[in-house]
Design a protein around this ligand. Structure first.
Ligand code: ADP
Ligand code: ZN
Length: 232
């Protein structure tokens, strides 16, 4: 079975860090829509030019554009054994489109990282990223250069305090309903993201095990029902 992971959670929950770890430890591609957009801004593509102002205000890029980006990316062969999606879906419309895209593929394992609001504001206000490669720096440990490429660390434009508040507001309004969208599935799991990163990581690993078992049970049930034509 392919390992199709989806990371949910507010900005600052640590989705990117944990997604990066999955990509490394499980050998699946990480698909981060925030990163794809920042790259597009950097190289000055059409989408990048239009997305820049929207991102700087902390608002969401249109569903149409985002769905197109993700559909194209998931068509690539490197996603055959799985992937980890970070930053998508962010709206119920995007989630519904993703279900259509995924219709013939293995079930999504949905991991929701939960962090209290005050902690998010604190984290986002002190987060530093590499000016050159965009990597996140560890929070508040006083490093001045990027661990990956040695680049200068700067605050991300959309981590400015007013923008942070706006992003959290938009999260509650547009993205939090996704929790209700996915909660009913046997492959949905919530993880306490206020713990140290290593503990979050081991909780996520356990959640994937449990959710994977849920997906297999569900697939078997569907298979049995289809074969025998019985009611579940
Ligand atoms: P965060 O730190 O909040 O996880 P991201 O790096 O995922 O931020 O995204 C940065 C910005 O890129 C968002 O605030 C938004 O403007 C845009 N963006 C990223 N993913 C999406 C998406 N799925 N739908 C709409 N806009 C998106
Ligand atoms: Zn760097």
């Amino acid at each position: 079975m392919a390992l199709n992971l989806l990371m949910l959670g507010p900005p600052g929950a640590g989705k990117g860090t944990q997604a990066e770890r999955f990509a490394r430890t499980r050998g699946i591609p990480k698909i981060s829509t925030g990163e794809i957009l920042r790259d597009a801004v950097h190289t000055g593509t059409d989408i990048g030019r239009r997305a820049r102002a929207i991102m700087d205000r902390g608002e969401l890029v249109s569903d149409e554009v985002m769905i197109g980006i993700v559909r194209d990316r998931l068509e690539k062969d490197d996603t055959a054994d799985g992937f980890v999606l970070d930053g998508f879906p962010r709206t119920v419309e995007q989630a519904a489109a993703l279900d259509t895209i995924m219709a013939a593929r293995d079930a999504l394992i949905v991991l929701d990282i939960v962090v209290p609001e005050a902690e998010l504001v604190r984290r986002l206000g002190t987060r530093m990223i590499c000016e050159n490669c965009g990597a996140n720096a560890p929070i508040g440990d006083g490093t001045v250069a990027c661990m990956r490429c040695g680049g200068r660390l700067v605050q991300r434009a959309d981590d400015d305090q007013a923008v942070v508040i706006e992003r959290l507001k938009i999260y509650h309004r547009q993205s939090e309903p996704l929790v209700e969208y996915y909660r009913v599935r046997p492959t949905f799991r919530q993880i306490d993201g206020a713990q140290p990163p290593d503990k979050v990581a081991s909780d996520l690993d356990a959640a994937i095990e449990a959710a994977g078992a849920g997906a297999v049970t569900l697939a078997k049930t569907v298979d049995r029902v289809l074969r025998r034509g019985v009611q579940p």
